[in-house]
Design a protein around this ligand. Structure first.
Ligand SMILES: [Zn+2]
Length: 157
């Protein structure tokens, strides 16, 4: 009977030892996964860039290092409320920032195209009428042209 108890105690002890090894292995895996997650976070989010999901207000949070005179992105991940009172500011992903950049580029291209058309119209008017653009384009005509440019720009937004 006591031999049976001793054998069971040894088996139990072996199982316990194995369980502690397994726990150590899992702890190491968790630590590696957390380190990997933290490294990926740095790749996913634009450092220090925050945006309101509602009103699109965005803020670049920077730290000024007075001793060295350098500037770096604010590293802490604490959110702040939107100054417009909508809710919290969220970290901006690299993908979102890239898409925004593409949108701004398209908008700028539409704006530039509208301005080139406007300038071509003015030059054509000068050529056709032999007059100065100021005389051909009244203030009202310029306002209409600018409204057209704004409309062309807003269509892309
Ligand atoms: Zn907001």
């Amino acid at each position: 009977m006591s031999g049976d108890f001793a054998r069971k105690a040894i088996e139990h002890n072996d199982k316990l030892t194995q369980a502690y090894r397994d726990i150590d292995i899992l702890r190491n895996r968790l630590a590696k996964a957390e380190a990997e997650r933290d490294a990926l976070k740095k790749l996913v989010y634009v450092p220090g860039l925050w945006r309101c999901a509602k009103c699109k207000f965005s803020r670049q949070s920077m730290n000024l290092h007075a001793v060295t005179g350098t500037i770096s992105a604010k590293a802490d991940a604490t959110t702040e409320p939107c100054p417009n009172g909508c809710g919290p500011l969220w970290p901006v992903t690299e993908r979102l920032a890239g898409n925004d950049l593409c949108d701004r580029l398209e908008k700028a291209e539409a704006h530039a195209k509208a301005w080139r058309k406007f300038r071509a119209d003015v030059e054509a008017a000068e050529y056709n009428h032999g007059s100065k653009s100021e005389r051909f384009y009244s203030a009202l005509e310029i306002d209409l042209a600018l409204a057209e440019i704004d409309a062309a720009t807003k269509e892309k937004a």
